[in-house]
Design a protein around this ligand. Structure first.
Ligand code: ADP
Ligand code: MG
Length: 888
């Protein structure tokens, strides 16, 4: 025992894994700390094994049952090394495989599972993303960390391998942890080294591969790819040869979408992190796992290339318009096997006979699909056929025939894996087997005929093998040659020499047959594996048809329309809806129009009126159009955007414990840096996470900057009414508001978006509705009226307290400040109020009696001298903060 535990601990040390499963005979055992961990995580029973005075916790699972445990551990983020017995006498053990989150071949479920290696070289980042379960290998290079993180996040990786220079970069690693659920793993520095890494890539994909994909052969992309390959090889998962193709892409082929935006728009998960209620879940009518993966990939990677989008829209249009044909296509796809995954399983040697049967069954659908797509004139005119053209139909038919001819109808059943006639040797063994079985089947008849035993049966069990069983009434008649093996209550069991011999022969034949089957099956599986890229092509074609049919299905069920794509900066949506919200409520459609003099819309309206929904639906319509889908609108002209950026104010997010004002400002800063004239920006209550005066300042400055410098199409919902004044001052800014109606003190949300700023007094109606006492409600109406008129408001003392009654206060609407104007200072107050309204107009309010101290004067001078247009919001925030301190 001690020896085994020592061996376990030594192997564990060597392996670097979190947990080791070590084969001991028919079990995989976990010892010591690993046993406790496994017991805690997986409910396995721990026993104490003691030997030589020490005792060790130990837990085990049968050899054949490791997979589910392995899967659960890895899905919980652990890496698990597996040590197997090797050598003739099974005495040496070695780690044959390390299962890690990013290389878990056993993964079930439709989701892609990416391992992403990231290398930084100067400002360039190389990203290599591998999904071993599907053989997908993607490669890209991007400039700057922000884009690298955005790109990384899109893969939703399970595991990230930071290159040597990034490992010590806490900011980077922290950001990865924040944006993804990935495990960060360390892989040897040499694997990332230029010479070695790129050698790996050339070995696998051929000499010209890197050149062909346009990355520099020693650059960060190539190094990331090499390191990823090396890591996959080292884990021993055995799928390298299913990585048949390097699929490079340029990050700017896709619409920029940072992690925050993906989360805000709830593309694949809701803000709460659930799939249910996300855009992907709402849209998903796919009938295959491959199709579901493709749909998701399209949604998180909308395209900028118009030709490809028009092609998808053409396909969706054809399928949307022809319900019968669409149903036929979807029925043909329904139940198709996950060919990408099966290709990987064949390569790794883990595919079983039924998996090959499913490959056959799925390949057989290709000609059916072609028939469906070409026989109907309405589909034949669309580019749907091109999707299937990407599969070598002849090679697919050949492979299908090969495998189909080889396999029995129900492989693995009574008749074995292979069809009769496939292999002479196997047929001979099968015939021999059948003869022997027949000999045993007819033995009882023969005995009855040849002897005077009538109560005799032939049977077999595990301990005794075959035997003749004779009832006690006849045991005195059994021939001499019978050898008694067991006595039961009513009968005795016998064997004969002939039976011994036949049984030996049968066991030998069974063994030989199984060995031959294994041999042939390994060959057949290897043959299929050698066609991995064909299976992947076929899988991708089926995935694409499935995803297109899914778009069509949703479009037709929900009256979505084809967007008109434009190369200019148009965005013109008529009667748009929110794709997810429209599923659950009676939705009021709204237009969204951008154009000349309308590139920045300030959206106002009472709480809960629908501002956030309106802005999100507009962003989603653009994204859907650029994912290749139809859109929830009566019509939509969409100028292709290069990025969608959203930010929700910290206050809204704070409620969910997600964000701080600092994060809000960092993200605002990202947007101001990244967005371009071709982007769509959605800001929801930005600036609300701080005191209202500096909140307004930031919102104001950000608006000016977005309008003047960035010039992106922008939707900005705000409760800072002051911002509505910008419409009069900046040529591209327009006000829109979500309407609500007040009747008899009731607020009804109409949810229609109209031009112009919102009325401001809904807050009071809401207070009224909420049951705030009448005197308070009527008093607040009164205060509001005075404030609007810039009139001084008297401060009413409480009935019980001493009454100073006469003090007056002016509320400066511009800054949100209250100023006492007690002892006859009424005139000053008025001047102050007006001064505050004129931003940047230089308030000269500080006259005689209210002379400012020199420090305040200095602050004012700095404030006047601040060039808002050329300052970052963060910068401004810091300055405001500093001014406040000085004024205190
Ligand atoms: P706001 O951002 O103005 O506070 P929201 O956009 O969060 O308001 O909308 C509040 C609620 O109103 C949403 O949960 C949604 O159910 C409903 N809603 C919003 N817009 C519409 C609409 N156009 N038609 C129907 N219901 C809507
Ligand atoms: Mg809102």
């Amino acid at each position: 025992m001690t020896g085994i535990v020592e061996e376990f601990l030594a192997l564990k040390e060597e392996s670097d894994a979190d947990v080791l499963a070590m084969q001991v005979g028919d079990f995989y055992e976990f010892f010591a700390d690993d046993a406790r961990l496994v017991a805690d995580e997986l409910d396995l029973k721990v026993s104490e094994k003691s030997s030589h005075g020490s005792s060790y916790p130990m837990a085990g699972v049968p050899l054949t049952e490791l997979t589910p445990y392995l899967k659960s551990l890895v899905e919980r983020g652990y890496t698990v090394a597996v040590a197997e017995q090797r050598g003739d006498d099974d005495t040496t053990r070695e780690v044959t495989r390390t299962a890690t989150p990013g290389t878990l071949l056993e993964a079930t479920g439709a989701d892609a599972r990416y391992l992403v290696a990231v290398v930084r070289d100067g400002d360039t980042y190389g990203l290599a993303a591998v999904d071993v379960t599907t053989g997908t290998f993607r490669l890209t290079e991007v400039e700057d960390e922000r884009r690298a993180l955005a790109e990384l996040g899109r893969f939703s990786p399970e595991e990230v391998l930071p290159g040597p220079t990034l490992r010590g970069d806490d900011d980077f690693c922290e950001a990865v942890r924040e944006d993804t659920d990935a495990t960060l793993s360390v892989h040897g520095t040499e694997a990332f080294a230029p010479g070695k890494a790129t050698h790996e890539v050339r070995e696998r994909f051929g000499e010209g591969a890197l050149r062909a994909v346009g990355v520099e052969s020693e650059g960060p992309g190539a190094r990331a790819a090499g390191a990823a390959l090396d890591y996959v090889a080292e884990t021993g998962v055995g799928v390298l040869s299913s990585l048949t193709r390097l699929q490079p892409y340029r990050a700017d082929d896709h619409v920029a979408l940072d992690p925050t935006t993906r989360r805000n728009l709830e593309l694949t998960a809701t803000m709460r992190g659930e799939r249910e209620g996300s855009l992907a879940a709402t849209l998903d009518h796919t009938v295959t796992a491959m199709g579901a993966r493709r749909l998701e990939a399209w949604l998180v990677r909308p395209l900028q290339r118009r030709a490809e989008l028009e092609r998808r829209h053409d396909c969706v249009a054809a399928l949307a318009d022809n319900a019968l044909e669409r149903d036929a296509v979807r029925e043909t796809l329904d139940g198709a096997a996950d060919l990408e995954r099966l290709a990987a399983r064949c390569t790794s040697g883990s595919a079983d006979p039924s998996a090959l049967k499913r490959v056959v069954d799925t390949l057989a659908r290709l000609p059916d699909l072609r028939e469906r797509v070409t026989s109907s004139p309405s589909l034949a005119d669309s580019p749907l056929g091109d999707v299937l053209d990407r599969v070598d139909a002849e090679a697919a038919a050949d492979l299908r025939e090969t495998v189909d001819d080889a396999l029995a109808d129900e492989p693995g059943g009574e008749t074995g894996i292979f069809a009769r006639g496939y292999d002479d040797e196997l047929d001979e063994l099968a015939a021999e087997h059948d003869d022997l079985v027949a000999w045993f089947d007819t033995l009882a008849e023969r005995v009855k005929a040849e002897s005077d035993l009538s109560r005799v049966t032939v049977d077999r069990n595990k301990t005794d093998g075959y035997y003749l069983q004779v009832g006690h009434s006849q045991t005195d008649r059994v021939p001499e040659s019978y050898r008694e093996v067991k006595t039961l209550k009513n009968s005795k069991r016998y064997r004969t020499e002939e039976l011994d011999a036949k049984e030996r022969a049968l066991f030998r034949v069974e063994e030989e047959r199984a060995a031959r089957e294994r041999e042939l099956f390994d060959e057949l599986r290897a043959e299929v594996a050698s066609h991995a890229s064909l299976l992947q092509d076929a899988g991708r074609a089926l995935a694409e048809l499935d995803a297109l049919a899914c778009f069509a299905e949703h479009a037709s069920a929900n009256r979505w329309t084809r967007p008109e794509l434009r190369d200019d900066r148009t965005l013109d949506v008529t009667a748009g809806r929110h794709p997810v919200v429209e599923q659950t409520v009676e939705f009021v459609p709204n237009d969204a129009r951008f154009g000349e003099g309308r590139r920045f819309l300030v959206v106002t309206g009472p709480n809960m009126s629908g501002k956030s929904t309106y802005m999100r639906q507009t962003a989603l319509i653009v994204l859907l159009a650029q994912a290749g889908s139809f859109v929830p609108a009566d019509s939509a002209a969409v100028g292709l955007v290069d990025g969608v950026y959203t930010r929700v104010g910290a206050l809204d997010e704070l409620a969910q414990g997600r964000s701080t004002f600092m994060v809000e400002m960092q993200e605002l800063s990202n947007i101001l840096h990244s967005a371009t004239e071709d982007s769509l920006v959605v800001l929801d209550e930005v600036g609300r996470g701080t005191a209202s005066d500096d909140g307004i300042s930031i919102a104001w400055a950000a608006t000016e900057y977005l309008h003047n410098e960035v010039r992106a199409k922008t939707l900005f919902a705000t409760h800072y009414h002051e911002l509505t004044e910008l419409a009069a001052r900046l040529e591209g800014v327009q006000n829109v508001h979500v309407t609500a109606e007040e009747r008899d003190g009731d607020v009804t949300f109409l949810r229609t978006v109209a031009d112009g700023p919102a009325d401001r007094s809904y807050g009071i109606h809401v207070a009224d509705l909420a049951g705030v006492p009448d005197p308070v409600v009527s008093r607040s109406r009164d205060v509001l009226e005075r404030l609007r008129a810039d009139e001084a408001v008297d401060v009413r003392g409480g009935s019980g307290g001493g009454s100073e009654g006469s003090e007056q206060v002016v509320f400066d609407l511009g800054s949100g400040e209250l100023r006492a104007t007690g002892d006859g200072g009424g005139d000053d107050g008025e001047a102050g109020g007006n001064g505050g309204r004129e931003r940047g107009g230089g308030s000269e309010a500080g006259d005689g009696s209210d002379a400012l101290d020199p420090e305040a004067e200095a602050v004012l001078d700095e404030l006047r001298g601040t060039d808002v247009n050329n300052s970052s919001p963060l910068d401004l925030l810091q300055r405001v903060n500093e001014w406040q301190k000085r004024l205190d």
